[in-house]
Design a protein around this ligand. Structure first.
Ligand code: AMP
Length: 432
């Protein structure tokens, strides 16, 4: 049996990179005062139809949806913003705090054609700030995004930004766009002709080469927004300038999800090849109301974790001492390997292991009686432990144990009852 196409297993050796990534992300989210939210992986299909949009590629072509045993229309979430807003409304978070600053991690599911950086089960980390419309919050989430990338060592990235305007701007722009598309309708693919009737904005997401060439002749959304929305966008830009956050304006940027309004952005990496978007986000001021709540401003972003890992691979983050990855990996791994020479002493080993674990020490041994002293030392080396406990025949007889510091090579004998205390002391010393 094999893992399904577009899904993969994360094995020991690789999973530490993910643990490190999640740890760093959590630290940065905390610095900004965001709290974690966890929502279910399955949701009602209607949630995404209403929020992401009936005519988007995600809903039309990419959702894993099914009827459950109770004939309910369910799907595996393709993204998390809609779920977070649903949870926000269901728990009435608005009554508890003026602004909800939330972050999440988790798997998302889209039936896309798998390739490098594009999976069917992939993972996102994201933030949402719900409860107000303020340029300070747009600047906050974009600043947070920039901090995340820089903090992860992905220093070469580009933030592209645009404004989709308000509802009126969208309607006006859609009318203009539809009229322009109608004039050369036959030059667009069948999907786009369908989009022209259902939701013309989604034509701008089309990847077809012919359609993309035609798009260059279409009106541009970022250039046709009202003075109020332009002013709002400029206020955000001034705050980004003041914070030293670099961005580029891209009047062609539209997001492939219907709920976005006003300021939107995308961040790309030049190291990633065809799938170069690391993450994206923006303001979605109508979504809370559309899902049944009282109108409230909101903004957020989602980052693709697979692509962050790829970008970190490219940047050589794992071998860079500044990243602290090596230390993180060591701290997350085993502290001690217990080597036993000769036969006998099995009960002593058992007792030492449980005493050490009770004292918070990560310890392991090789229970194979055939394993030679040399083979066990090789194993200790391979595991990268900081200390090795050696229980030879002398030690068994004398009620002692030897402790070897793998970094310094120093070895000393201690009374066996001091084993756990001596390890903890040694582990906190600078030589470990
Ligand atoms: P979106 O929710 O479409 O705005 O996507 C946000 C980010 O999630 C993208 O910039 C990617 O980094 C990541 N992403 C989206 N779809 C996939 C996928 N199928 N496989 C891997 N990463 C993805």
């Amino acid at each position: 049996m094999k893992a399904l196409k577009g899904t993969y297993d994360l094995l020991p050796g690789e999973v530490e990179k993910w643990q490190y990534l999640e740890d760093r992300l959590r630290r940065i989210f905390r610095l900004y005062g965001y709290s974690e939210i966890r929502t279910p992986i399955i949701e009602e299909l209607a949630l995404f139809k209403r929020s992401v949009g009936e005519s988007t590629d995600i809903v039309q072509k990419e959702m894993y949806s099914f009827s459950d045993r109770g004939e309910r229309e369910i799907c595996l979430r393709p993204e998390a913003t809609a779920s977070v807003v649903r949870a926000y409304l269901e728990a009435n978070l608005a009554a508890k705090e003026k602004l909800s600053r939330l972050f999440y991690f988790g798997p998302m599911f889209r039936a896309e054609k798998p390739q490098k950086g594009r999976n069917r089960q992939f993972h996102q980390a994201g933030v949402e700030v719900i409860g107000a419309k303020s340029e300070f919050l747009d600047a906050e989430v974009i600043g947070l995004l920039a901090d995340v990338l820089t903090g992860l060592g992905i220093v070469k990235h580009r933030i592209k930004l645009n404004s989709l305007g308000c509802r009126d701007d969208r309607e006006k722009y859609c009318r203009e766009l539809r009229a322009a598309v109608e004039q050369r309708r036959d030059r667009f693919c069948e999907d786009c002709r369908r989009r022209a009737d259902a939701n013309v904005l989604r034509i701008l997401d089309c990847k077809n080469g012919e359609c993309r060439r035609e798009m260059e002749k279409l009106p541009v959304i970022g250039e046709s927004i009202c003075p109020g929305c332009r002013d709002y966008r400029d206020k955000v830009l001034r705050l980004l300038d003041a914070g030293g956050i670099r961005y580029e304006l891209d009047p062609l940027l539209v997001r492939g999800l219907d709920y976005y309004t006003s300021v939107v952005f995308e961040v790309t990496s030049p190291d990633l090849g065809a799938q170069d978007a690391l993450g994206a986000g923006g303001r979605y001021d109508n979504l809370v109301e559309e899902l049944g709540g009282t109108a409230a401003g909101a903004a957020g972003f989602a980052l693709g974790l697979e692509r962050l890992i790829l970008a970190m691979d490219e940047r050589g983050v794992w071998n860079d001492p500044i990243s602290g990855f090596e230390r993180f990996r060591k701290d997350a791994g085993l502290d001690v390997f217990l080597v036993k020479a000769g036969t006998g002493g099995g009960e002593i080993v058992s007792k030492l292991l449980s005493e050490a674990r009770a004292a918070g020490i990560a310890i392991q041994t090789d229970f194979d009686p055939q394993s030679s002293f040399k083979a066990q030392m090789r194993q200790a080396n391979k595991l990268g432990v900081k200390l090795v406990g050696i229980l030879g025949e002398d030690e068994i007889r004398e009620d002692t144990i030897s402790l070897k510091n793998m970094a310094s090579g120093e070895q000393r004998k201690i009374p066996r009852r001091e084993f756990a205390a001596a390890i903890n002391k040694e582990l906190s010393s600078p030589t470990c």
